[in-house]
Design a protein around this ligand. Structure first.
Ligand SMILES: [Fe+2]
Length: 178
């Protein structure tokens, strides 16, 4: 279940109904998927072959297709990041820059955890995501994604137009760094 940390006040929101209400009030789409259909052999695995990524997509097909149909996504894939990923730390430094996209950014966390840092109506907030959490940052909304201290995640990404999914840097004097 996702939890929130508001950067300028340090407030934490952990109650499910309050998390949902907070995200909704900031126009951030959120849902939670059951992951029972995932093959046991792939649980807790963070280095995945293409075949294993396909198995994950197949296991989650009903949820993926329902979300795609409801929100217009046409392509999806699986990303896996862990300390085994070459140049992970450099990659994260690059990730941790506020930016925008011309389409929304969707992630369904399959294993591990991750953090979206998002500019809300009253400043930046962190959404810490666990397995089963699905989030969409609205188009043109400043944000970035990073990992938690456990440094590993498997996530499904969904796209409306993969070729248009480019990060536009967003210089923001209001960004609350911590
Ligand atoms: Fe992004």
């Amino acid at each position: 279940m996702a939890t929130i940390r508001v950067r300028n006040t340090g407030e934490r929101i952990t109650d499910e109904a309050q998390v949902r209400a907070f995200l909704e009030s900031n126009n951030v789409y959120y849902e939670h998927w059951p992951l029972d259909a995932l093959p046991a052999s792939l649980r807790g695995k963070f280095v995945l072959s293409d075949d294993e990524k396909d198995q994950i997509l197949e296991a989650l097909r009903p949820q993926i297709e329902a979300l795609a149909k409801a929100r217009g996504y046409v392509k999806w894939d699986v990303i896996a990041l862990s300390e085994q990923t070459p140049n992970l730390e450099e990659m994260l430094k690059k990730f941790e820059q506020v930016h925008t996209h011309t389409e929304d950014e969707v992630r369904a966390i399959v294993a591990g955890s991750g953090i979206f840092v998002i500019k809300g109506k009253e400043g930046y907030f962190d959404v810490e995501l666990q397995a089963g959490d699905v989030i969409s940052v609205p188009e043109r909304n400043p944000h970035f994604f990073t990992l938690t201290d456990e440094r590993k995640v498997v996530a499904v990404r969904l796209f409306i137009d993969p070729s248009g999914w480019v990060a536009h840097p967003y210089e923001d004097p209001e960004f609350q760094r911590a």
